[in-house]
Design a protein around this ligand. Structure first.
Ligand code: SF4
Length: 454
């Protein structure tokens, strides 16, 4: 009998990937995806611990789910409720205590056991908790995905992190670094391409720390893996995220130089421009090392555009430290960035650090930083106007007759095009820069109308 599965995914692309694999695991058991939790047989909240007050947001969502579960029971049905992901890993017992109606709590390393956990929860009245870090490799137990991946697909190649930045929960929620064997990654990429993907984003919490078993002997780093994937016919675009500046090695830089499929856009978090703050954060690189890495990457791929993450107001950050961040931003120039006020994550070393920066100071610094970053983003996007960019169309746009896709620099681009061009890489003349996207016209049309590529 068909059952309905609703998964709500929070946070990063790795959670998006994990949620899709959970759906794959449950499909053979008759669970098909539902668009809403109302009336679902199994509801999974796949949570993220990165943002402020993450656990509180999950508890507030659970309040709504509980009402739906009770309504289902009044109608004689049964809804299982599961909490997965990093909040589950970090706060599993607390979830069971505060929300005893939750049937299953499991972390990111045990979701391959989901069918067993569901069977157990259906058979017993008590809750199931599995937040262990099992010895077996989760990926060996995941089925091949029967779902069509879409034009642009994610592929997890690495999980966990050994860096222990003082503000970050990942080493505690995702565990130690683990890299999938290269042959498994290549096989999954081949399947994705055969099912229609033209772009693959390689995922990992610290993706360029990848060191998977090589198909023959030894290990491959991310550079070697990308080189091998570039030989897959039909795979036109490769991206990877999220990387650590310290793990940008020679082979990865060579891949940026030698692999045209590797897109010229890199998210390389720096967090701060101050060496004092970087040391306090245990980032294991200095501002100077970051700049030199960027120089080497740009020498290898001169059109490389960069994105980054910034934390302002880390405990002890002085005005001079913050100025160093502004200096680094001015020197490097970012096409895009994510910036946040520091807020403590329970269980991390920084959560108990002395010398917190007052809230209004943090707010002021964030506003100043974002003003610069937004100017840089706008300038980068404006520099694309009048140029023809190859756009991979992914789906219909908001307006009839429009498709939306991505430029090599990950900008969202919309243009008028027939629906059968989804999945094609099409030259688009950029004509307008909007706040969060670019607008253009397919270059044949634009040229016919007398507009020429710069
Ligand atoms: S490298 Fe990234 S994932 Fe690892 S601890 Fe630092 S911030 Fe967290």
């Amino acid at each position: 009998m068909t059952k309905r599965l609703f998964i709500k995914t929070y946070g990063c692309q790795m959670n998006v990937y994990d949620s899709a694999r959970m759906a794959d695991l449950m499909l053979p058991l008759g669970y098909t995806p539902a668009a809403s939790p109302d009336g679902a047989d199994l509801v999974i909240l796949n949570t993220c611990h990165i943002r402020e007050k993450a656990a509180e947001k999950v508890f507030s969502e659970l309040g709504m789910i509980r009402r739906l579960k009770q309504a289902r029971e009044r109608q004689g049905g049964r809804m299982l409720v599961a909490v997965a992901g990093c909040v589950a890993q970090a706060e599993g017992e607390e979830i069971q205590r505060r929300a005893p109606f939750v049937d299953i709590v499991f972390g990111p390393q045990t979701y391959h056991r989901l069918p067993e956990m569901v069977a157990q929860a259906l058979d017993t009245a008590g809750g199931v908790l599995d937040t262990s870090f099992p010895a077996e490799a989760k990926f060996d137990y995941l089925p091949e995905s029967p779902a069509a991946p879409g034009v642009s697909a994610f592929l997890t190649v690495q999980e966990g992190c050994d860096k222990f930045c003082t503000f970050c929960v990942v080493p505690y929620t995702r565990g130690a670094e683990y890299s999938r064997p290269a042959a498994d990654v290549v096989a999954e990429a081949r399947r994705l391409v055969m099912a229609g993907a033209r772009e693959i984003t390689l995922l990992g919490q610290n993706v360029n720390a990848y060191h998977g078993a090589a198909p023959a002997d030894g290990e491959w780093g991310l550079g070697e893996l990308i080189l091998s994937l570039a030989h897959l016919p039909g795979l036109d675009r490769i991206r990877y995220t999220t990387s650590h500046p310290r793990d940008v090695d020679d082979s990865l830089i060579a891949a940026h130089r030698d692999v045209p499929q590797l897109m010229p856009f890199l998210h390389l978090p720096v967090q701060s421009g101050s060496n004092r703050v970087l040391a306090a954060m245990n980032r294991r690189h200095t501002a100077g090392q970051y700049k030199r890495t960027v120089e080497r990457l740009r020498a290898a791929r001169p059109d490389l555009a960069l994105s980054s993450d910034f934390i302002v107001g880390y405990p002890g950050e002085s005005d001079d430290d913050f100025r160093a961040t502004l200096d680094l931003v001015a020197e490097i120039g970012f096409a895009q960035a994510f910036s946040f006020k520091y807020s403590p994550r329970p269980g991390t070393p920084a959560a108990t650090a002395a010398d917190p920066v007052p809230g209004p100071v943090k707010a002021e610094r964030l506003a100043a930083l974002q003003a610069v970053l937004q100017r840089q983003q706008r300038a980068f996007n404006e520099s694309c106007a009048g140029h023809v960019l190859p756009v991979l169309f992914e789906k219909p746009g908001r307006h009839p007759g429009q498709l939306v896709g991505r430029s090599p620099y990950l900008q969202s681009v919309h243009a008028e095009a027939a629906p059968d061009r989804i999945g094609e890489i099409v030259p688009v003349m950029i004509r307008a820069v909007e706040p969060n996207s670019l607008a253009g016209a397919i270059a044949e049309t634009a040229i016919a109308e007398g507009v020429h590529a710069a």
